[in-house]
Design a protein around this ligand. Structure first.
Ligand code: PMP
Length: 438
């Protein structure tokens, strides 16, 4: 049954129909299509600060924030001005430019990486980091964790094989078995599983790649010391530790997830991937790390990697301006707005008798509709998606655009002011009751 809505949605429905005629599922990235929650995705006409306006004229407080990038909210005046200025000077030259140097300097200053290479999507960043890890170590095997998403890289669209230390199988049609037969998929936060695969395959392992804190199965933080353990186990075995901060970078904290664990505990990843916030709402991503490892990359070293629009001057200007504006105050504001919303969500769900768990890392959080703690993908899979669906549609009808999937973080921005936060709080009790009734 189609979810009932009290809002006008005809213009979105008409556009969705047109879109489906020319685009598979009507969208350019699957989760946007509302397949998990049903109903019509809203086509957004414009956005300002914390608010989205759809083509029917409905306003929503945005808790997607473009799936992470919009740390300062939509249409931030200083970012807009810097972008307009960059556009006025031309949009792509295929030559080195100033903003890409400045953005790389800014990122090197704020993170443990010594050198950076820009690409255009998080997928490209992880794909390239893995190639570099393989090229640098001269080894082929990649270890990843179930429930960690690293973009649609063939070798990483892998599901665990029949046993823990057995090689993976393709996670989707179209990925040949030969692309995943060098991938090992382990349960997240499981140290013994990591020790076991290193005992069995250690000399063949090029790298362990992990989300710095898992955010693509809902927010599942690494257990204390887990990332440090991975970094150390890799070092002891001659493998590289690749920390995927595409989602957490400049988002979980000013220095990403590393600012919350590595910096405190005194270790650094060998390679880090970035995306989302560092592009300021434009297609920009990056990978970086140890100078000696990055020196293996073309043209300095033998490992090939390239991109026509890599380091694009408009995108890197947007990212640079965003990062320069992303001060301690911005993170403090987002952190306290997150605290208010997660406390209120939990209270509303408790009052309605809905089983739930709120988990966070730094300023990032999500609400699981199941018992906690959620430590890995098997735990996250217990979430009650029917309850989430009802909750989601009640919130949407009240003018709050949550991620249309139960397995996502809720994203805030520095533009989520008291009015926006209050609008979310006002919507929660009815949504919680709808979830209870589902
Ligand atoms: N890594 C992580 C941790 C991500 O969250 C994502 C995207 N959600 C990616 C990689 C892939 O990035 P993109 O969608 O830009 O290819």
């Amino acid at each position: 049954a189609q979810p009932v809505t009290t809002l006008a949605t005809q213009a979105s429905a008409d556009l969705f129909e047109r879109a489906r005629t020319v685009t598979p599922g009507g969208v350019n990235s699957p989760v946007r299509a509302f397949n998990a929650v049903g109903g019509t995705p809203r086509f957004i006409r414009s956005a300002k600060g914390a608010w989205l306006t759809d083509v029917d004229g409905n306003d929503y407080v945005d808790l997607i924030c473009s799936w992470g990038p919009m740390l300062l909210g939509h249409a931030h005046p200083e970012v807009q001005a810097a972008v307009a200025d960059a556009v006025a000077r031309g949009t792509s030259y295929g030559t080195p430019t100033v903003p890409e140097v400045e953005l790389a300097e800014e990122m090197v200053a704020r993170t443990p990486v010594e050198k950076i290479r820009f690409v255009s999507s998080g997928t490209e960043a992880t794909m390239s980091a893995i190639r570099l890890a393989r090229g640098f170590t001269g080894r082929d095997v990649v270890v990843k964790f179930a429930g960690c998403y690293h973009g649609h890289v063939d070798a990483l669209l892998a599901s665990a094989g029949s046993g823990l230390a057995t090689f993976a199988v393709p996670g989707t049609p179209g990925v040949p078995a030969s692309s995943t037969e060098l991938t090992l998929v382990l349960p997240y936060n499981d140290r013994q599983a990591v020790l076991d695969v290193f005992a069995e395959h250690g000399s063949r392992i090029a790298c362990v790649i992990t989300e710095a804190a898992a955010g693509n199965m809902g927010v599942v933080p690494p257990e204390p010391g887990f990332n440090q353990f991975l970094a150390q186990t890799c070092r002891e075995n001659g493998a590289l530790f690749v920390s995927d901060e595409v989602m957490t970078g400049f988002r979980a904290s000013k220095e990403g997830q590393w600012g919350l664990d590595g910096k405190v505990e005194g270790w650094v990843p060998d390679l880090v991937t970035f995306g989302k916030v560092m592009g300021g709402g434009f297609p920009a991503a990056a990978f970086g790390g140890r100078a000696d490892v990055m020196a293996s990359l073309s043209p300095e070293g033998p490992v090939y990697q390239a991109g026509t629009l890599s380091g694009n001057p408009v995108a890197t200007t947007a990212g640079l301006t965003t990062l320069r504006l992303a001060t301690d105050e911005v993170y403090a504001h987002i952190g306290s707005a997150a605290d208010v919303i997660k406390t209120a969500a939990s209270e509303a769900l408790t009052a309605a008798g809905v089983t739930h768990t709120v988990q966070s890392t730094g300023t990032m959080f999500s609400v699981f509709f199941c018992e906690g703690p959620v430590k890995d993908f098997a735990d996250a899979s217990r979430t009650d998606s029917a309850a989430y669906k009802a909750f989601f549609h009640s919130m949407l009808d009240s003018g709050v655009y949550l991620p249309p999937s139960a397995y996502e973080a809720w994203f805030l921005s520095s533009a989520h002011d008291d009015r926006a936060v209050q609008h979310v709080l006002d919507a929660l009790p009815a949504a919680a009751r709808a979830a209870a009734a589902a």
